[in-house]
Write a protein that binds this ligand. Structure first.
Ligand SMILES: [Zn+2]
Ligand SMILES: [Zn+2]
Length: 548
């Protein structure tokens, strides 16, 4: 029996829905509980969350969730876990405020038990001692998490970069990471998202001067789109706006909520007279205003996307506007982003997605920063996480090149268990895992069958076959009828199918024709085959048998 288990329920072999179980004989602690976004073929799906079956099956052992930071891919699924059962959430003040804001939308009636966590201060959860360690990322108050277990130290880097000049001056606690390395880190779970990028990521504070330069050069209005959680970016936009004589206005509900909350709590410092409500901003001369807008990822309902479709009544693109994309596309979002950009250009905007000086920078460590993390913490085992297989492979290659023995590197997939005892570590597949799709309208899970049906409906449409049967004699009255929607078929195709279906149905005895359940299955099968033969489509077939 292994004494320590690490089980990623999400976040390995993918970027998104980070959620990892740390389990000893008596306790389970969950690190993060995030969402990912659906693919285009997941019709009507808003978000994707991890499968919580394993957590729910072991709920008596669960002591709480330790949250590394407030990004959606780390906290977005908490609402759905808390709906199942209540458990304490350990986090810092900003993370708490942001999680509370999200829970207000997704789990309004759930009572939340927040527990304060402070970097550098250890606390006990069950029999494990937990230590948050300050680390830099693209949102303030990000913490690496060290678990002090009987087997040794398990260290989650969380999402990190080594930003030596962060906007809030709170640098990574490298001294503590080094000390842990000297004490002996048993296992390091390391962010691998940007390991393929050479060198060292630019500091967040390098973005401010570029923005200021662009604000200065722009003759018209400036709009900057960014992630609403990038608080330091918002601060730098406010500073650059002040320095160039512009007022700041916010467009987009999520951005406005985050901005106001951060200002209230002191995470953003901007004087009231330096901001202006969006509905008053049009009164200012064009060169006196900067808008911070939602929509950097092409999200269809976000302000910038609506503007690109001329559907956002509160703010319209003007010829000569400068629109700065201060965010990198999340892989998979490129299509909607470029569609938005093209539409903005059509309306006369000057769109800046890249620049010789950075208008955005990543929050994830580049190759040299990953190497630095390894050098500081000197882990015995390493598991590259927060990455797709290509990122995990790139980190493995980097480690091996640096002399790390390959049998001490574990490339995990969701649902796999990394077992560790005093002697060794090994991986087994043993827990249920998967993707749970959440409906965009009612915020509840969609079962896979419904999703499959939506897929079929979108591709091949639907065909309703109506059969009228004399309930006395069991004879078919007239010809079957076909109503199609979303199928690419001519009336002749359908008539041919009905002819053949009639021929097939004449083979059945009247007693069989009266048995609706049996006939329904037969009709679906026969019609499906005939439609495929004549139209090369596989619509959903719905049989209706009327006994008259
Ligand atoms: Zn993340
Ligand atoms: Zn993050």
């Amino acid at each position: 029996m292994p004494s320590l288990k690490i089980i990623p329920l999400g976040g390995t072999g993918e970027i998104g829905k980070n959620c990892t179980v740390v389990e000893t004989e008596k306790d389970i602690i969950i690190v993060d509980c995030g969402i990912s976004f659906p693919h285009e073929e997941h019709y009507g799906v808003d978000i994707v969350i991890p499968d919580f079956t394993y957590i729910l099956e072991n709920r008596d052992k669960v002591r709480g969730v330790v949250i590394t930071h407030a990004h959606e891919d780390h906290v977005g699924a908490l609402a759905y876990l808390l709906r199942e059962f209540n458990l304490p959430l350990y986090c810092t003040p900003l993370t708490q405020a942001m999680v509370a804001m999200k829970l207000e939308e997704r789990a309004r009636n759930v009572e939340v038990n927040f527990q304060r966590m402070t970097p550098g201060e250890k606390f006990k959860l069950g029999e494990m001692e937990i230590e948050p360690i300050r680390i830099t990322h693209s949102i303030p108050e990000t913490n690496a998490i060290a678990f002090h277990t009987d087997e040794g130290i398990v260290l989650f880097t969380a999402d990190f970069k080594f930003d030596r000049t962060p906007v809030d001056k709170l640098t990574t606690d490298e001294d503590r990471l080094k000390e842990l390395g000297e004490d002996g880190v048993l296992l390091l779970l390391c962010d691998s998202t940007n390991v393929e990028r050479e060198g060292w990521s630019p500091s967040e504070s390098e973005v401010g001067p570029s923005l200021k330069k662009l604000f200065h050069q722009a003759e018209g209005r400036v709009l900057v789109t960014q992630f609403s959680s990038n608080i330091h970016r918002m601060q730098q936009i406010c500073d650059a706006a002040k320095a160039t004589g512009r007022k700041v206005s916010i467009a987009g509900r999520r951005m406005e909520m985050t901005f106001n909350m951060c200002r209230r709590l002191g995470y953003i410092n901007v004087d009231r007279e330096d901001t202006i409500p969006i509905d008053d901003a049009h009164k200012l001369p064009n060169n006196k205003v900067v808008f911070i807008v939602t929509g950097s990822q092409g999200e269809p309902k976000a302000a910038l996307s609506q503007m690109s479709r001329r559907e956002y009544s509160r703010l319209k693109v003007r010829k000569g506007d400068t629109i700065i994309y201060s965010a990198r596309p999340i892989p998979g979002n490129e299509g909607p982003i470029w569609r938005t950009v093209n539409n903005l250009i059509r309306q006369g905007a000057n769109v800046i997605t890249d620049h010789e000086t950075p208008v955005h920078t990543s929050g994830h460590a580049y190759e040299e920063e990953v190497k630095h993390m390894i050098a500081l913490t000197k882990p015995f085992y390493v598991a590259p996480v927060h990455g797709e297989p290509r990122h995990q492979k790139a980190m493995t290659d980097l480690l091996v090149k640096g002399g790390h023995e390959s049998h001490r590197i574990f490339v995990l997939e969701n649902g796999q268990t990394l077992n560790i005892d005093e002697e060794s570590a090994w991986v087994v597949d043993e827990v249920p895992f998967g993707e749970v799709f959440i409906d965009q309208n009612n915020h509840s899970p969609i079962n896979e069958n419904v999703l499959r049906q939506r897929h079929t409906l979108a591709h091949d449409g639907v065909c309703v076959i109506t059969l009228v049967i004399d309930k006395q004699t069991g004879e078919m009255l007239g010809r079957p009828r076909a109503d199609i929607r979303g199928m690419n078929a001519t009336p002749k195709d359908i008539e041919d199918v009905l002819d053949d279906l009639c021929t097939i149905l004449t083979r059945y005895q009247p007693a069989e024709l009266k048995s609706s359940d049996h006939m329904a299955t037969e009709i679906v099968e026969a019609t499906g085959k005939l439609l495929w033969r004549s139209t090369k489509q596989r619509p959903i077939v719905i049989p209706i048998i009327e006994l008259v």
